[in-house]
Design a protein around this ligand. Structure first.
Ligand code: FES
Length: 105
């Protein structure tokens, strides 16, 4: 049977203005919320290259750069956009409910 992840309330919408990030742990997973140009994304906070944290990385329009060796990841798909990372990172479903950001991870 396919297990569907439950949505977990993570932060208030106003805590994550455009350009902001928010670190969370959901069901034992290191998750990073990113607001890129007003759109909220939830990704794994662990780089697929050498498992460093992504939360101090620079964000651009729809991507985040790993602060260690500079690989960039697409916030919507998790795809690695440039080396040294080759593998994607996990991305999680996000929904807004009653002023809360909820994530299924
Ligand atoms: S640890 Fe992220 S690019 Fe190397």
């Amino acid at each position: 049977m396919l297990m569907q992840a439950e949505f977990t309330r993570v932060a208030r919408v106003e805590e994550l203005p455009p350009g902001a990030k928010h670190v969370a742990e959901i069901n034992g997973k290191a998750v990073l919320l990113c607001n890129s140009n007003g759109k909220v994304f939830a990704i794994s906070n662990i780089c697929s290259h050498a498992e460093e944290k992504l939360d101090c990385g620079r964000m651009g329009n729809g991507w985040i750069a790993c602060p260690i060796h500079g690989a960039r990841f697409d916030l919507a798909t998790g795809k690695a956009k440039n080396p040294p990372a080759k593998q994607p990172i996990a991305v999680y479903a996000v929904r807004l409910e009653e002023g809360w950001i909820e994530v299924a991870a």
